[in-house]
Design a binder for this molecule. Structure first.
Ligand SMILES: [Zn+2]
Length: 446
Protein backbone atom coordinates (compact mmCIF):
# COMPACT_ATOMS: atom_id res chain seq x y z
CA UNK A 1 0.00 0.00 0.00
CA UNK A 2 2.84 2.38 0.84
CA UNK A 3 4.38 1.69 -2.57
CA UNK A 4 1.04 2.45 -4.14
CA UNK A 5 0.81 5.77 -2.30
CA UNK A 6 4.24 6.74 -3.57
CA UNK A 7 3.48 5.62 -7.12
CA UNK A 8 0.31 7.69 -7.20
CA UNK A 9 2.19 10.69 -5.80
CA UNK A 10 4.76 10.36 -8.60
CA UNK A 11 1.92 10.12 -11.06
CA UNK A 12 0.41 13.38 -9.75
CA UNK A 13 3.75 15.15 -10.19
CA UNK A 14 4.16 13.71 -13.66
CA UNK A 15 0.65 14.82 -14.56
CA UNK A 16 1.39 18.32 -13.27
CA UNK A 17 4.54 18.52 -15.40
CA UNK A 18 2.63 17.30 -18.42
CA UNK A 19 -0.12 19.86 -17.78
CA UNK A 20 2.54 22.58 -17.61
CA UNK A 21 3.97 21.57 -21.00
CA UNK A 22 0.51 21.38 -22.57
CA UNK A 23 -0.42 24.76 -21.09
CA UNK A 24 2.63 26.40 -22.68
CA UNK A 25 1.94 24.77 -26.04
CA UNK A 26 -1.71 25.86 -25.85
CA UNK A 27 -0.66 29.42 -25.04
CA UNK A 28 1.62 29.44 -28.09
CA UNK A 29 -1.04 28.09 -30.42
CA UNK A 30 -3.61 30.61 -29.19
CA UNK A 31 -1.16 33.47 -29.66
CA UNK A 32 -0.36 32.25 -33.15
CA UNK A 33 -4.04 32.11 -34.05
CA UNK A 34 -4.64 35.54 -32.59
CA UNK A 35 -1.67 36.96 -34.49
CA UNK A 36 -3.03 35.44 -37.70
CA UNK A 37 -6.42 37.04 -36.97
CA UNK A 38 -4.74 40.42 -36.68
CA UNK A 39 -4.90 40.84 -32.90
CA UNK A 40 -2.34 43.49 -31.84
CA UNK A 41 0.79 42.01 -30.19
CA UNK A 42 0.10 43.37 -26.74
CA UNK A 43 -3.40 41.88 -26.67
CA UNK A 44 -2.27 38.43 -27.75
CA UNK A 45 -2.66 35.78 -25.09
CA UNK A 46 -5.97 37.20 -23.85
CA UNK A 47 -8.38 34.51 -22.71
CA UNK A 48 -5.72 31.80 -22.45
CA UNK A 49 -5.66 31.75 -18.64
CA UNK A 50 -9.46 31.67 -18.54
CA UNK A 51 -9.52 28.60 -20.80
CA UNK A 52 -6.83 26.88 -18.73
CA UNK A 53 -8.92 27.59 -15.62
CA UNK A 54 -12.12 26.17 -17.11
CA UNK A 55 -10.34 23.04 -18.31
CA UNK A 56 -8.72 22.50 -14.91
CA UNK A 57 -11.88 23.36 -12.95
CA UNK A 58 -10.17 26.26 -11.24
CA UNK A 59 -11.03 29.94 -10.76
CA UNK A 60 -9.80 32.37 -13.44
CA UNK A 61 -7.38 33.89 -10.92
CA UNK A 62 -5.82 30.50 -10.26
CA UNK A 63 -5.84 29.79 -14.00
CA UNK A 64 -3.56 32.73 -14.61
CA UNK A 65 -1.21 31.62 -11.82
CA UNK A 66 -1.06 28.14 -13.35
CA UNK A 67 -0.28 29.65 -16.75
CA UNK A 68 2.50 31.74 -15.21
CA UNK A 69 3.91 28.68 -13.46
CA UNK A 70 3.87 26.63 -16.66
CA UNK A 71 5.62 29.33 -18.67
CA UNK A 72 8.29 29.89 -16.02
CA UNK A 73 9.01 26.18 -15.71
CA UNK A 74 9.06 25.49 -19.42
CA UNK A 75 11.08 28.48 -20.54
CA UNK A 76 13.35 29.38 -17.63
CA UNK A 77 13.51 26.50 -15.17
CA UNK A 78 13.97 23.25 -17.10
CA UNK A 79 15.67 21.51 -14.15
CA UNK A 80 12.72 22.22 -11.87
CA UNK A 81 10.34 21.01 -14.56
CA UNK A 82 12.34 17.80 -14.94
CA UNK A 83 12.26 17.32 -11.16
CA UNK A 84 8.48 17.70 -11.27
CA UNK A 85 8.32 15.14 -14.04
CA UNK A 86 10.23 12.56 -11.99
CA UNK A 87 8.36 13.24 -8.76
CA UNK A 88 11.29 14.91 -6.96
CA UNK A 89 9.13 18.03 -6.68
CA UNK A 90 5.36 18.29 -6.50
CA UNK A 91 3.26 21.03 -8.09
CA UNK A 92 3.05 23.04 -4.87
CA UNK A 93 6.82 23.07 -4.34
CA UNK A 94 7.45 23.90 -7.99
CA UNK A 95 5.02 26.81 -7.53
CA UNK A 96 7.01 28.04 -4.53
CA UNK A 97 10.30 27.86 -6.45
CA UNK A 98 8.81 29.88 -9.30
CA UNK A 99 7.33 32.41 -6.89
CA UNK A 100 10.59 32.90 -5.00
CA UNK A 101 12.44 33.64 -8.24
CA UNK A 102 9.74 35.88 -9.72
CA UNK A 103 11.78 39.02 -9.06
CA UNK A 104 14.80 37.80 -11.06
CA UNK A 105 15.57 38.38 -14.71
CA UNK A 106 15.04 35.41 -17.03
CA UNK A 107 18.81 34.93 -17.19
CA UNK A 108 19.23 34.93 -13.40
CA UNK A 109 16.31 32.61 -13.01
CA UNK A 110 17.93 30.13 -15.40
CA UNK A 111 21.12 30.39 -13.37
CA UNK A 112 19.30 29.71 -10.10
CA UNK A 113 17.58 26.74 -11.71
CA UNK A 114 20.96 25.44 -12.83
CA UNK A 115 22.49 25.94 -9.39
CA UNK A 116 19.68 24.09 -7.65
CA UNK A 117 19.60 21.35 -10.30
CA UNK A 118 16.49 20.01 -8.62
CA UNK A 119 16.30 17.06 -10.98
CA UNK A 120 19.60 15.64 -9.74
CA UNK A 121 18.15 15.02 -6.31
CA UNK A 122 19.65 18.05 -4.55
CA UNK A 123 16.29 18.82 -3.02
CA UNK A 124 15.32 15.27 -2.12
CA UNK A 125 14.21 15.04 1.49
CA UNK A 126 13.76 18.82 1.67
CA UNK A 127 10.49 20.18 3.06
CA UNK A 128 8.79 23.35 1.87
CA UNK A 129 10.86 25.60 4.14
CA UNK A 130 14.18 24.05 3.23
CA UNK A 131 13.39 24.37 -0.45
CA UNK A 132 12.36 28.01 -0.14
CA UNK A 133 15.53 28.74 1.87
CA UNK A 134 17.71 27.11 -0.80
CA UNK A 135 15.97 29.02 -3.59
CA UNK A 136 16.24 32.33 -1.74
CA UNK A 137 19.90 31.83 -0.99
CA UNK A 138 20.63 31.08 -4.63
CA UNK A 139 18.55 34.06 -5.77
CA UNK A 140 20.26 36.51 -3.38
CA UNK A 141 23.68 35.30 -4.43
CA UNK A 142 22.75 35.84 -8.04
CA UNK A 143 21.19 39.27 -7.64
CA UNK A 144 21.44 40.95 -4.22
CA UNK A 145 19.45 43.93 -5.47
CA UNK A 146 16.48 41.68 -6.10
CA UNK A 147 15.71 41.91 -2.38
CA UNK A 148 15.06 45.62 -2.75
CA UNK A 149 13.24 45.17 -6.03
CA UNK A 150 11.13 42.49 -4.47
CA UNK A 151 10.10 44.78 -1.64
CA UNK A 152 8.99 47.47 -4.06
CA UNK A 153 7.09 44.86 -6.02
CA UNK A 154 5.39 43.58 -2.86
CA UNK A 155 3.89 47.03 -2.20
CA UNK A 156 1.85 46.58 -5.38
CA UNK A 157 0.17 43.58 -3.80
CA UNK A 158 -1.42 45.58 -0.96
CA UNK A 159 -5.04 44.64 -0.72
CA UNK A 160 -8.05 44.07 1.51
CA UNK A 161 -9.97 40.81 1.51
CA UNK A 162 -12.93 39.27 3.27
CA UNK A 163 -13.26 35.65 4.30
CA UNK A 164 -16.13 34.00 6.14
CA UNK A 165 -15.31 32.79 9.66
CA UNK A 166 -17.37 30.39 11.81
CA UNK A 167 -20.40 31.56 13.84
CA UNK A 168 -21.49 34.26 11.38
CA UNK A 169 -18.26 36.19 11.82
CA UNK A 170 -15.99 37.37 9.02
CA UNK A 171 -12.29 38.09 8.73
CA UNK A 172 -11.50 41.42 7.12
CA UNK A 173 -7.82 41.26 6.29
CA UNK A 174 -5.58 44.02 5.02
CA UNK A 175 -2.20 43.25 3.45
CA UNK A 176 -0.25 46.49 3.91
CA UNK A 177 3.26 47.89 3.71
CA UNK A 178 4.65 47.36 7.21
CA UNK A 179 4.73 51.06 8.18
CA UNK A 180 1.07 51.56 7.31
CA UNK A 181 0.04 48.33 9.02
CA UNK A 182 1.85 49.27 12.22
CA UNK A 183 0.46 52.82 12.12
CA UNK A 184 -3.13 51.65 11.65
CA UNK A 185 -2.81 49.10 14.44
CA UNK A 186 -1.20 51.64 16.78
CA UNK A 187 -3.99 54.16 16.13
CA UNK A 188 -6.66 51.58 16.99
CA UNK A 189 -4.76 50.46 20.10
CA UNK A 190 -4.31 54.02 21.30
CA UNK A 191 -7.99 54.78 20.80
CA UNK A 192 -8.98 51.64 22.72
CA UNK A 193 -6.59 52.44 25.59
CA UNK A 194 -8.02 55.96 25.87
CA UNK A 195 -11.63 54.77 25.99
CA UNK A 196 -10.82 52.00 28.44
CA UNK A 197 -9.04 54.35 30.81
CA UNK A 198 -12.15 56.55 30.78
CA UNK A 199 -14.34 53.63 31.79
CA UNK A 200 -15.47 51.93 28.59
CA UNK A 201 -16.32 48.36 29.54
CA UNK A 202 -15.78 46.79 26.17
CA UNK A 203 -12.60 44.76 25.77
CA UNK A 204 -9.68 46.31 23.96
CA UNK A 205 -10.24 44.05 20.97
CA UNK A 206 -13.94 44.91 20.84
CA UNK A 207 -13.27 48.65 20.89
CA UNK A 208 -10.63 48.31 18.19
CA UNK A 209 -13.00 46.30 15.98
CA UNK A 210 -15.89 48.74 16.48
CA UNK A 211 -13.65 51.71 15.78
CA UNK A 212 -12.24 50.13 12.64
CA UNK A 213 -15.73 49.58 11.23
CA UNK A 214 -16.84 53.07 12.21
CA UNK A 215 -13.81 54.74 10.64
CA UNK A 216 -14.08 52.84 7.42
CA UNK A 217 -17.83 53.12 6.90
CA UNK A 218 -18.26 56.54 8.50
CA UNK A 219 -21.22 55.28 10.55
CA UNK A 220 -21.37 53.88 14.08
CA UNK A 221 -22.38 50.25 13.62
CA UNK A 222 -21.04 50.30 10.16
CA UNK A 223 -23.50 50.44 7.30
CA UNK A 224 -23.14 53.58 5.24
CA UNK A 225 -24.93 54.01 1.96
CA UNK A 226 -24.48 50.34 1.37
CA UNK A 227 -27.01 47.73 0.72
CA UNK A 228 -26.96 44.62 2.84
CA UNK A 229 -29.03 41.85 1.42
CA UNK A 230 -30.46 38.92 3.27
CA UNK A 231 -32.15 36.31 1.14
CA UNK A 232 -34.45 33.85 2.88
CA UNK A 233 -37.72 32.02 2.44
CA UNK A 234 -40.79 33.76 3.82
CA UNK A 235 -41.27 30.73 6.08
CA UNK A 236 -37.90 31.51 7.65
CA UNK A 237 -38.82 35.15 8.19
CA UNK A 238 -42.42 34.83 9.36
CA UNK A 239 -42.88 31.30 10.62
CA UNK A 240 -39.70 30.44 12.49
CA UNK A 241 -38.66 27.91 9.86
CA UNK A 242 -35.07 26.64 10.15
CA UNK A 243 -34.17 26.89 6.43
CA UNK A 244 -30.92 28.91 6.43
CA UNK A 245 -30.69 32.33 4.78
CA UNK A 246 -28.01 33.77 2.52
CA UNK A 247 -26.24 37.02 3.23
CA UNK A 248 -24.96 38.55 -0.01
CA UNK A 249 -21.18 38.78 0.00
CA UNK A 250 -20.84 36.35 2.89
CA UNK A 251 -22.75 33.13 2.32
CA UNK A 252 -25.10 30.95 4.33
CA UNK A 253 -26.25 32.14 7.76
CA UNK A 254 -28.52 30.34 10.26
CA UNK A 255 -32.25 31.17 10.14
CA UNK A 256 -32.33 32.44 13.72
CA UNK A 257 -29.42 34.78 13.06
CA UNK A 258 -31.21 36.21 10.01
CA UNK A 259 -34.44 36.79 11.96
CA UNK A 260 -32.55 38.41 14.80
CA UNK A 261 -30.67 40.68 12.40
CA UNK A 262 -33.95 41.87 10.90
CA UNK A 263 -35.56 42.42 14.32
CA UNK A 264 -32.58 44.25 15.75
CA UNK A 265 -32.30 46.54 12.77
CA UNK A 266 -35.99 47.38 12.66
CA UNK A 267 -36.25 48.05 16.39
CA UNK A 268 -33.02 49.89 17.06
CA UNK A 269 -32.70 51.89 13.90
CA UNK A 270 -36.22 52.41 12.66
CA UNK A 271 -35.64 56.13 12.34
CA UNK A 272 -32.40 55.98 10.44
CA UNK A 273 -32.36 52.77 8.47
CA UNK A 274 -34.46 52.13 5.50
CA UNK A 275 -35.38 48.47 5.51
CA UNK A 276 -37.06 47.12 2.47
CA UNK A 277 -38.51 43.81 1.72
CA UNK A 278 -38.80 42.31 -1.68
CA UNK A 279 -40.50 39.11 -2.62
CA UNK A 280 -39.20 36.76 -5.23
CA UNK A 281 -40.97 33.79 -6.66
CA UNK A 282 -39.35 30.50 -7.45
CA UNK A 283 -40.47 27.86 -9.88
CA UNK A 284 -41.72 24.71 -8.17
CA UNK A 285 -39.24 21.88 -8.27
CA UNK A 286 -36.16 23.62 -9.54
CA UNK A 287 -36.22 26.73 -7.38
CA UNK A 288 -35.51 28.98 -10.35
CA UNK A 289 -36.06 32.59 -9.37
CA UNK A 290 -38.72 33.89 -11.70
CA UNK A 291 -39.50 37.42 -10.83
CA UNK A 292 -39.28 40.14 -8.26
CA UNK A 293 -42.56 41.58 -7.02
CA UNK A 294 -43.87 42.46 -10.48
CA UNK A 295 -42.69 42.74 -14.01
CA UNK A 296 -42.69 46.51 -13.78
CA UNK A 297 -39.67 46.33 -11.51
CA UNK A 298 -37.65 44.26 -13.89
CA UNK A 299 -35.49 47.00 -15.24
CA UNK A 300 -32.39 48.62 -13.83
CA UNK A 301 -31.79 48.98 -10.95
CA UNK A 302 -34.44 46.39 -10.09
CA UNK A 303 -33.09 44.02 -12.69
CA UNK A 304 -29.54 44.46 -11.46
CA UNK A 305 -30.65 43.66 -7.95
CA UNK A 306 -32.49 40.60 -9.23
CA UNK A 307 -29.36 39.31 -11.00
CA UNK A 308 -27.31 39.97 -7.88
CA UNK A 309 -29.64 37.87 -5.78
CA UNK A 310 -30.14 35.12 -8.34
CA UNK A 311 -26.44 34.70 -9.21
CA UNK A 312 -24.86 35.57 -5.81
CA UNK A 313 -21.29 35.41 -7.19
CA UNK A 314 -19.67 35.62 -10.64
CA UNK A 315 -21.35 33.15 -12.98
CA UNK A 316 -18.16 31.81 -14.58
CA UNK A 317 -17.75 28.19 -13.44
CA UNK A 318 -15.33 27.85 -10.46
CA UNK A 319 -15.06 31.66 -10.07
CA UNK A 320 -16.27 32.75 -6.63
CA UNK A 321 -15.46 36.43 -7.12
CA UNK A 322 -18.09 39.03 -6.17
CA UNK A 323 -20.32 40.36 -8.94
CA UNK A 324 -19.06 43.64 -10.37
CA UNK A 325 -20.79 43.77 -13.74
CA UNK A 326 -24.32 43.04 -14.84
CA UNK A 327 -23.74 41.58 -18.23
CA UNK A 328 -25.94 41.08 -21.28
CA UNK A 329 -25.24 37.40 -22.02
CA UNK A 330 -26.01 38.01 -25.68
CA UNK A 331 -24.54 41.49 -26.09
CA UNK A 332 -26.76 44.47 -26.74
CA UNK A 333 -25.04 45.11 -30.07
CA UNK A 334 -26.23 41.67 -31.16
CA UNK A 335 -29.77 42.63 -30.12
CA UNK A 336 -29.54 40.81 -26.78
CA UNK A 337 -32.53 41.97 -24.75
CA UNK A 338 -32.35 43.59 -21.29
CA UNK A 339 -34.10 40.78 -19.46
CA UNK A 340 -33.33 38.61 -16.47
CA UNK A 341 -32.91 35.63 -18.79
CA UNK A 342 -30.32 37.43 -20.87
CA UNK A 343 -28.59 38.93 -17.84
CA UNK A 344 -25.86 37.55 -15.61
CA UNK A 345 -23.58 38.76 -12.87
CA UNK A 346 -19.86 38.62 -13.66
CA UNK A 347 -16.68 39.73 -11.94
CA UNK A 348 -14.50 42.29 -13.67
CA UNK A 349 -11.95 39.79 -15.00
CA UNK A 350 -14.57 37.40 -16.36
CA UNK A 351 -16.49 40.20 -18.03
CA UNK A 352 -13.27 41.22 -19.73
CA UNK A 353 -12.57 37.63 -20.80
CA UNK A 354 -16.06 37.32 -22.26
CA UNK A 355 -15.31 40.27 -24.57
CA UNK A 356 -12.24 38.46 -25.95
CA UNK A 357 -12.70 37.31 -29.57
CA UNK A 358 -13.68 33.63 -29.73
CA UNK A 359 -15.64 33.64 -26.47
CA UNK A 360 -19.41 33.64 -26.65
CA UNK A 361 -22.27 32.90 -24.30
CA UNK A 362 -26.00 32.32 -24.50
CA UNK A 363 -28.76 31.45 -22.09
CA UNK A 364 -29.92 27.86 -22.48
CA UNK A 365 -32.73 25.85 -20.87
CA UNK A 366 -31.73 24.23 -17.58
CA UNK A 367 -33.08 23.33 -14.18
CA UNK A 368 -32.53 26.95 -13.13
CA UNK A 369 -31.15 29.87 -15.11
CA UNK A 370 -28.32 28.40 -17.17
CA UNK A 371 -25.66 30.02 -19.31
CA UNK A 372 -23.62 28.19 -21.92
CA UNK A 373 -20.14 29.58 -22.36
CA UNK A 374 -18.22 28.72 -25.50
CA UNK A 375 -14.43 29.19 -25.64
CA UNK A 376 -12.25 29.80 -28.72
CA UNK A 377 -11.49 26.05 -28.91
CA UNK A 378 -15.26 25.36 -29.18
CA UNK A 379 -15.42 23.77 -25.76
CA UNK A 380 -18.63 24.55 -23.92
CA UNK A 381 -19.16 25.02 -20.20
CA UNK A 382 -22.44 25.42 -18.36
CA UNK A 383 -23.18 27.66 -15.43
CA UNK A 384 -26.41 27.17 -13.51
CA UNK A 385 -27.58 29.76 -11.00
CA UNK A 386 -27.16 28.60 -7.38
CA UNK A 387 -30.29 27.31 -5.63
CA UNK A 388 -31.95 30.05 -3.57
CA UNK A 389 -32.66 29.35 0.10
CA UNK A 390 -35.59 27.00 0.45
CA UNK A 391 -34.89 24.93 -2.64
CA UNK A 392 -35.13 21.92 -0.40
CA UNK A 393 -36.90 18.66 -1.20
CA UNK A 394 -40.16 20.09 0.18
CA UNK A 395 -40.26 22.61 -2.64
CA UNK A 396 -39.78 19.99 -5.30
CA UNK A 397 -42.64 18.89 -7.45
CA UNK A 398 -45.73 20.20 -5.68
CA UNK A 399 -47.48 23.53 -5.82
CA UNK A 400 -48.91 25.91 -8.35
CA UNK A 401 -46.96 26.54 -11.47
CA UNK A 402 -46.18 30.22 -11.11
CA UNK A 403 -44.23 30.62 -14.30
CA UNK A 404 -45.91 33.82 -15.39
CA UNK A 405 -44.68 36.74 -13.32
CA UNK A 406 -47.78 38.75 -14.32
CA UNK A 407 -50.06 36.38 -12.44
CA UNK A 408 -48.10 36.65 -9.21
CA UNK A 409 -49.83 38.33 -6.30
CA UNK A 410 -49.00 41.91 -5.48
CA UNK A 411 -49.28 41.62 -1.69
CA UNK A 412 -47.36 39.33 0.59
CA UNK A 413 -48.11 35.73 -0.24
CA UNK A 414 -51.03 34.68 1.91
CA UNK A 415 -51.84 31.13 1.00
CA UNK A 416 -49.72 28.20 2.03
CA UNK A 417 -49.10 27.21 -1.54
CA UNK A 418 -47.79 30.56 -2.56
CA UNK A 419 -45.63 30.79 0.52
CA UNK A 420 -44.03 27.57 -0.48
CA UNK A 421 -42.43 29.30 -3.41
CA UNK A 422 -41.64 32.64 -1.92
CA UNK A 423 -38.17 33.88 -1.22
CA UNK A 424 -37.77 37.08 0.69
CA UNK A 425 -34.97 39.50 0.22
CA UNK A 426 -34.32 41.99 2.93
CA UNK A 427 -32.02 44.86 2.39
CA UNK A 428 -31.17 47.89 4.39
CA UNK A 429 -29.84 51.14 3.09
CA UNK A 430 -28.50 54.01 5.13
CA UNK A 431 -28.02 57.49 3.74
CA UNK A 432 -24.34 57.78 3.01
CA UNK A 433 -22.32 60.10 5.19
CA UNK A 434 -18.93 60.92 3.69
CA UNK A 435 -15.99 60.08 5.93
CA UNK A 436 -15.09 63.73 6.46
CA UNK A 437 -18.62 64.59 7.57
CA UNK A 438 -18.68 61.62 9.90
CA UNK A 439 -15.36 62.65 11.42
CA UNK A 440 -16.63 66.20 11.92
CA UNK A 441 -19.77 64.88 13.58
CA UNK A 442 -17.72 62.67 15.86
CA UNK A 443 -15.43 65.56 16.80
CA UNK A 444 -18.29 67.96 17.54
CA UNK A 445 -19.37 68.20 21.20
CA UNK A 446 -22.62 66.28 21.90
ZN1 LIG B 1 -15.41 35.70 -12.43
Amino acid sequence: MIDQLRELEDLKSLAAAKQARITVAFDLSQRREQAAAGVPAKEQGAGVAAQVALARRESPARGSRLLGLAKALATEMPHALAALETGQLNEWRATRIVKETACLSAEDRCAVDEELAANTGTLSGCGDRAIIAAVRAAAYRRDPRSVAKRASHAVNERTVSLRPAPDTMARLTALLPVAQGVAAYAALTRHADTLRSSGDERSKGQIMADQLVENVTGTPGGVAGLEVQLVMTDRTLFQGDSEPARLAGYGIVPAEWARKAVRTESEANAGELNIWLRRLYTAPGTGELLAMDSKARLFPPGLRRFLQIRDDTCRTPYCDAPIRHHDHIIPRHQDGPTTSNNGQGLCEACNHTKETPGFSARPVPGPRHTVELQTPTSHTYHSTAPPPPGTAPDVAGAGPNCTDPETLPKGLPKSGQQRKHGVVVLGRVVPHRPLAAAAAAAAAPP
